[in-house]
Design a protein around this ligand. Structure first.
Ligand SMILES: NC(=O)c1ccc[n+]([C@@H]2O[C@H](COP(=O)([O-])OP(=O)(O)OC[C@H]3O[C@@H](n4cnc5c(N)ncnc54)[C@H](O)[C@@H]3O)[C@@H](O)[C@H]2O)c1
Length: 265
C-alpha cells in the first residue's frame, strides 16, 4: 500500500533511540525527507546513516533539546529551509525513571514535565505556525498506555502523558479547519531488539534497572497477546496516522499499541 509519504518533509524528535529510531527508519523506507532532533547527536547520526542507506530522500540531524524553544525553532527552521515546509511532526521524545510517587521529589517532577510536556508544546507550536500557513500537516505525539492505565511507578509521567492525549485532541479541534490532523499513539512496554538500538541517553541504556527478564515475562503474560511490544509496532501506527493517503479522515484519536494492555471503548 502506498502511504504517499515519499518526498514529504518529516520531523522526528528523539529519533536516535528505540521507538524514535524505528520511526525514522520507517519514514526512510517510505522515501521521506527526515529532519531529526535529538540531544544525543552521535547516536542520531548512526540512525541517520542507516536511514540514508534504506531509502530516505534526505536526512539531517539537528542537535536539539526539545525543552528549549530556541533550539526547537532551529530544528523546524532547518526542515523549512531545506524542504520548504513541514508535512509531518512526530513528537517522540519522552523520559521517565520508574519509581513510586512517594520516592520522587519536585526536582524529578519538573524534569518529567519539562521533557515530556514542554517538549511537545514547544515542537507543536513551532510546526503549527508553518502548517497553518501551508494549510496542511499531520502531528503524531507518542504518549503511553501509562496515561490510560494508571501505571504504578509512573505517576507523574502517566499524568503528563494523559495531558498529551488531551492536548492533542484540543489541537485537532482547533486546527482541523486548516487541514491539520493531530493524533496520539500510546505504546505499552516496548523493548529494543538489540543494544545498539539505544543511545547513551536512552531510558533503556540500563534495561535491567527498568525491568528484569523475569519481570518482562510476567508483563508479557499479562497482555492479551502474551508479548511485549517492539519499536516497529509503534512505528507502523505512526506511519499510518502520518499518512493522508490512508488516515486522511482520522484526527483527535488516541491509539494504543500495546498488545491489548488497555482497551478503550
Ligand atoms: N519504550 C517503552 O516501553 C515506551 C512505552 C510507552 C511510551 N513510550 C514513549 O515512547 C517514546 C520513545 O520512547 P523510547 O523507549 O524509544 O525512549 P528512549 O529513551 O530509548 O529514547 C528517547 C530519545 O529521546 C532523546 N531525548 C531525551 N531527552 C531529550 C530532549 N530533551 N531533547 C531531545 N531529545 C531528547 C534521547 O536522546 C533518545 O534518543 C517516549 O515518548 C516514551 O515516553 C515508550
Amino acid at each position: 500500500m502506498d502511504l504517499g509519504l515519499s518526498g514529504k518533509s518529516v520531523i522526528v524528535t528523539g529519533g536516535g533511540s528505540n521507538i524514535g529510531r524505528s520511526i525514522v527508519l520507517g519514514f526512510a523506507a517510505e522515501g521521506a525527507h527526515l529532519t531529526v532532533g535529538d540531544i544525543d547527536v552521535e547516536q542520531a547520526e548512526r540512525v541517520g546513516e542507516a536511514a540514508r542507506g534504506s531509502g530516505a530522500a534526505s536526512v539531517e540531524i539537528v542537535p536539539t533539546d526539545v525543552t528549549q524553544m530556541e533550539q526547537v525553532q532551529k530544528l523546524v527552521g532547518a526542515a523549512v529551509n531545506n524542504h520548504g515546509t513541514v508535512d509531518v511532526l512526530v513528537n517522540n521524545v519522552g523520559w521517565d525513571q520508574l519509581m513510586f510517587f512517594t520516592q520522587t521529589d519536585p526536582e524529578f517532577w519538573q524534569k518529567v514535565i519539562q521533557i515530556n510536556y514542554m517538549g511537545v508544546l514547544n515542537c507543536t507550536k513551532s510546526v503549527l505556525d508553518v502548517m497553518i500557513e501551508n494549510q496542511h500537516g499531520a502531528i503524531v505525539s507518542i504518549s503511553s498506555d501509562a496515561a490510560r492505565q494508571g501505571e504504578p511507578r509512573e505517576a507523574v509521567y502517566g499524568g503528563i502523558k494523559a495531558a498529551i492525549n488531551s492536548f492533542m485532541k484540543t489541537i485537532a479541534r482547533e486546527n482541523g479547519r486548516f487541514g491539520i490532523r493531530c493524533n496520539a499513539v500510546c505504546p505499552g512496554i516496548t523493548i529494543p531488539e538489540q543494544d545498539e538500538e539505544v543511545g547513551s541517553t536512552s531510558m533503556w541504556v540500563d534495561k535491567d534497572s527498568m525491568f528484569t527478564e523475569e519481570q518482562l515475562v510476567k508483563v508479557a503474560n499479562n497482555m492479551p497477546l502474551r508479548k511485549v511490544g517492539r519499536p516497529r509496532d509503534v512505528a507502523n501506527a505512526v506511519l499510518f496516522l502520518a499518512s493522508d493517503a490512508v488516515a486522511g479522515h482520522v484526527t483527535g484519536q488516541v491509539l494504543s499499541v500495546s498488545g491489548g494492555y488497555s482497551m478503550v471503548g
